[in-house]
Design a protein around this ligand. Structure first.
Ligand SMILES: Cc1cc2nc3c(=O)[nH]c(=O)nc-3n(C[C@H](O)[C@H](O)[C@H](O)COP(=O)(O)OP(=O)(O)OC[C@H]3O[C@@H](n4cnc5c(N)ncnc54)[C@H](O)[C@@H]3O)c2cc1C
Length: 414
């Protein structure tokens, strides 16, 4: 069958694109490699307790389309008011008050400095921007980069980060992944259909999938730039030089989560507490304790430490991380562990990383991806969301990007 538009990937971008195409009266199909919908918005229920293995926060909630969507679907969201208690640990003990104060001061100095840079920003790295600040501000830059952006600060373009929209966050007790999946109900999505080859033909494209060949007049490719760079999809003819150059300027960070489910023992810790082990091997690691008052702890790390953990097997990662969590519980927590799970996006062939970042000097790469120069071929997803919207690295941004690509594709078809 020939469709007006074929969409590759059933994550937030693909879902937004498909809904737009159908709303505007064209035919489409969504081809998804995995056996599930949602991509990097995934609420894992395999431990019997739902938790978001990928996206968890509805960022810039004042203008994020997912807030409206949750309301429409009757899915509860809550304003995120931050952790009830944040505590840093080092050398097997909480940081003494004077060192905690120093740490807070470092964060303040780092944020103030970014604010003073304002418009006069050059496309340098986050590490470079912080290099003349105090040691505690430089440490703040390192922790923030790894744990929020998933990458080492020397590799991150400061300008890319600075265009990001700010605003309130909301959380979803039933999970961001659940919300995204529910929004996709009724869409023409084929699961287990990895696209392997895209061939430009006279009046459109032929797509080779694990389930046969699909033809479409236009295509919207929403796979991560990690998947594109890994060459899992072969384009014939190949992608133009300016797209390959833009891809060179972008890479995937390695934000990584490990979930630990417990038998009800809470080790004296309260729901909503957040602990950070500053000296975890390879880089800092946070522990989000009993989110939504559930018997689960989510460990988060990023950058090279995230890469190392992602390459372990799930049981080995759970063992490693529960050993580290035992530092905080004060005794071996493993006898109370009911199960655990690694969300190793870095070693996942359908993600190839957490989310895209621009290298210093490559600030314009996201925008460049939006004009492929090939008639009828559109790239869209969280990586392109920073081109026109300051919504990069997010589910909301991916949706904006999918929606925009669909409108452009339809305009061309008309
Ligand atoms: C650990 C982590 C935490 C995050 N936290 C947040 C957060 O709190 N808030 C937030 O807004 N964002 C967060 N993000 C980012 C957010 O998850 C992504 O920006 C967003 O989900 C990306 O959506 P997308 O549609 O662009 O890509 P994806 O969700 O990756 O969708 C692409 C789809 O393409 C599929 N695919 C891959 N290869 C093929 C192929 N060959 N053929 C067919 N299909 C293919 C994939 O399986 C996937 O389903 C987080 C990400 C991670 C990893």
């Amino acid at each position: 069958m020939t469709y007006d538009i074929a969409i590759i990937g059933a994550g937030a971008a693909g879902i937004a694109a498909a809904r737009t195409v159908l709303a505007l009266g064209k035919t489409c199909v969504v081809l998804e490699a995995r056996q599930r919908i949602g991509g990097r918005a995934f609420t894992d229920t395999s431990l019997g307790i739902p938790y978001d293995a990928g996206a968890a926060y509805i960022h810039f909630a004042d203008r994020n389309p997912w807030v409206r969507e949750a309301k429409r679907l009757g899915i509860e969201t809550r304003l995120w008011r931050g952790w009830t208690h944040h505590e840093a640990w080092q050398g097997g003990a909480p940081l003494p008050e004077d060192q905690s104060a120093e740490r807070r001061y470092g964060y303040g100095e780092f944020w103030d400095h970014l604010e003073t840079l304002g418009e006069s920003l050059t496309d340098t790295s986050i590490a470079e921007a912080a290099h003349h600040l105090s040691p505690s501000a430089r440490e703040a830059a390192r922790h923030f980069s790894r744990l929020a952006l998933g990458e080492e600060p020397s590799r991150l373009s400061l300008q890319d980060y600075q265009v990001q929209w700010a605003g309130p966050d909301r959380v979803i007790p039933s999970g961001y992944g659940t919300l995204v999946t529910t929004a996709a109900e009724g869409l023409p999505i084929y699961l287990g259909a990895p696209v392997k080859r895209i061939l430009a033909v006279s009046n459109g494209f032929e797509l080779e999938t694990g389930q046969g060949t699909v033809r479409a007049r236009a295509i919207i490719v929403t796979v991560s730039i990690g998947v594109l760079k890994a060459g899992h999809i072969v384009f014939e003819p190949g992608l133009p030089t300016h797209i390959l150059k833009a891809l060179d300027g972008l890479d995937m960070g390695a934000l990584t989560k490990v979930a630990l489910a417990f038998d009800g023992e809470r080790f004296g810790l309260k729901p909503g507490e957040d602990k950070i082990l500053l000296d975890a091997p390879g880089g800092s690691m946070t522990f989000e304790v009993w989110p939504f008052d559930r018997d689960i702890v989510i460990a988060v790390t990023g950058g090279d430490a995230g890469r190392e953990i992602s390459q372990l097997s799930s049981p080995a990662a759970v063992d490693h991380v529960s050993g580290l969590f035992s530092t905080i519980t004060g005794r071996d927590c493993r006898p109370n562990l009911r199960g655990g799970s690694l969300a190793g996006w870095w070693s996942d062939p359908f993600a190839e990383g957490g989310y895209a970042y621009a290298h210093p000097g490559a600030f314009s790469a996201r925008q460049a991806l939006m004009e492929t120069g090939i008639e009828g071929l559109y790239l869209a997803g969280e990586a392109t969301a920073g081109g026109r919207f300051g919504a990069l690295m997010s589910v909301g941004g991916a949706s904006y990007a999918g929606w925009e690509a669909a409108k452009r594709a339809i305009k061309r078809l008309r």
